[in-house]
Ligand binder design. Sequence first.
Ligand SMILES: [Zn+2]
Length: 89
Amino acid sequence: MRERECPRCHRPVELPLGALCRDCRQEIERRARRLGRLAAASTTVLLAIYVLVRLPPDPRGRLVSAMAVAAWYLLSNMVVRRAARELLP
Ligand SMILES: [Zn+2]
């Protein structure tokens, strides 16, 4: 395979055209993970406040609300991380 350069940092890499080098992939993954955590945490706090304000009186409703908040954290974290991985320069 001919030597090409990483389209991001222009270091020579032995990868197919357009593929990023390992350092760049790791950096993007790190930033994507941090961004996902940050976005998930901040939106989850807002959701948690909303849920607390409008808390349903019965315990089962509270359990469902708590589960919804937890599910939201996981989901938004995953979605943002995936999007960031594609979109980060
Ligand atoms: Zn690179």
